[in-house]
Design a protein around this ligand. Structure first.
Ligand code: SF4
Ligand code: SF4
Length: 427
């Protein structure tokens, strides 16, 4: 596509990167049919090609966008299905990220929306505050009719989550059992550690059981992904810098993540922190970040006992499929361990998408229902996924137990049975 930016505008590296992607787009529309919001709403402006046009107009003008433009941009899930579909290799995150930052800088949202977005960006990355907020939300949900509409969705989502788990403190470093073959940094995030710390515990057990020394890295307790998706660039940089400092320059073989939403963002640190003091280190870290299952592929996993031949439905998170592009490892490991792995016909986003289910509840509910229906059709004994957001979104819509894939791998290789599965198998 032709672009019309001024030389001054192109001095801004983020705008220059966006312009590069705009030029790469040939406007073919091949991505359109893969976009969940286009499929659902049927509006060209709710698909990638339409959004790219809106973003171009907004960035070239440099002015505050109209409410209509913001609506269509806000409806983007950042699922990145369009990136995988695009034959021209358009790096859509460079466009949507820049668009969100521009909206955040120039557009005046209604105060209730601002309040909700600020609250999400401030509370979610802070475990202690999130723990308190989730507990309070359970009580406040009874009086949800008293709160303004945008916050009602937050209350409904919070009330549907499990009770916050008691704070769990992991040792900074856990030694490998037997001969140490690998040195792995394991990223502990924000929301997951509050709702399901059992996932990190399972990951530590599997890694150490098969010869990896594990060092927990957490920085401020958040990688900055949530703030990044809200267009809050300063808050993102603060969290990212703290995580980079915590990882330091220790010679880890890999930095493993059990939340692919976080993994996809940390992998992009090199670009997102370009021009900063930590740019070089950020690039090195980004290159080493791998999903936990991708890391486990390198280890000699084996089952010490025969596990029941369960039918396992695997939901690959968008951030793992289209962001990290490491979605094949989980199925491969589970099959090797003796499970019967099946995948749903609906491969689109489940509607979780960070805080999307709070900010865009109507679309998120629709996507959740579609996903639940596709998973239910598989008649599985258990559903697994590799991202806490998807896990919670799916669990609140199905009767089948939903667990993190690493919890199932842990069980199959000698660890405890996941709690959700224990209840199901004892029935
Ligand atoms: S498929 Fe790629 S080139 Fe075609 S419209 Fe979509 S982003 Fe542009
Ligand atoms: S990121 Fe997902 S929702 Fe957004 S335009 Fe691309 S396919 Fe559509």
């Amino acid at each position: 596509m032709r672009t019309n930016f001024s030389a001054t505008q192109l001095n801004d590296p983020a705008l220059a990167a966006a312009e590069h992607e705009l030029r790469a787009c040939v406007h073919c529309g091949i991505c359109t049919a893969t976009c969940p919001t286009y499929v659902l709403l049927g509006d060209e402006l709710d698909g990638p090609r339409g959004r790219i046009q809106l973003i171009q107009g907004m960035l070239e003008s440099g002015a505050a966008p109209s409410a209509k433009v913001v609506t269509h941009i806000d409806r983007c899930l950042s699922c990145m299905a369009c990136v995988s579909a695009c034959p021209s290799g358009v790096n859509y995150p460079r466009l949507i990220d820049e668009a969100r930052a521009h909206i955040e800088e120039t557009y005046r949202r209604p105060w209730r929306d601002v309040l909700l977005r600020r609250a999400l960006g401030f509370v979610l990355p802070r475990r202690w505050l999130l723990r308190w907020a989730l507990t309070t939300a359970r009580v406040a949900a009874r009086f949800s009719w008293l709160v303004p509409e945008p916050a009602q969705a937050a209350l409904i989502v919070a009330n549907g989550l499990p009770r916050p788990a008691p704070a769990k403190h992991f040792a900074k470093t856990v030694a490998a059992q037997g001969v140490q073959e690998r040195r792995i940094a394991l990223h502990a995030g924000c929301v997951q550690e509050v709702i399901a710390p059992s996932i990190t515990a399972a990951a530590i057990r599997v890694l150490t059981r098969f010869g990896a020394q594990v060092t927990i890295v957490e920085g401020s307790g958040c990688c900055g992904s949530l703030n990044h998706h809200l267009g809050e660039t300063a808050a993102f940089a603060r969290h990212a810098n703290a995580l980079i400092k915590d990882i330091g320059d220790a010679p880890f073989d890999a930095i493993a993540t059990t939340a692919s939403g976080c993994g996809a963002t940390v992998r992009d640190y090199g670009f997102l922190l370009k021009g900063s003091k930590v740019a070089a280190q950020a690039s090195e870290i980004g290159a080493k970040v791998r999903d936990i299952c991708d890391v486990l592929l390198d280890l000699p996993l084996a089952s010490p006992h025969s596990v029941p031949k369960l039918r396992v439905a695997y939901h690959a998170a968008c951030s793992l499929t289209h962001g990290m592009r490491q979605d094949a490892a989980a199925s491969s490991i589970l099959t090797k361990l003796g499970f019967d792995v099946v995948t749903p016909s609906d491969t689109q986003c489940c509607g979780s998408a960070g805080v999307y289910n709070v900010l865009q509840p109507a679309i998120a509910d629709e996507l959740q229902a579609r996903k639940a229906q596709a998973l239910a059709a598989l008649n599985a004994d258990v559903i697994v996924t590799g991202n806490i957001g998807c896990l919670m979104q799916i669990a609140s819509a199905v009767r089948t137990p939903v667990v993190h894939v690493v919890e199932l791998i842990d069980w199959a290789t000698g660890g405890p049975q996941p709690e959700a599965l224990r209840m199901r198998l004892s029935v």
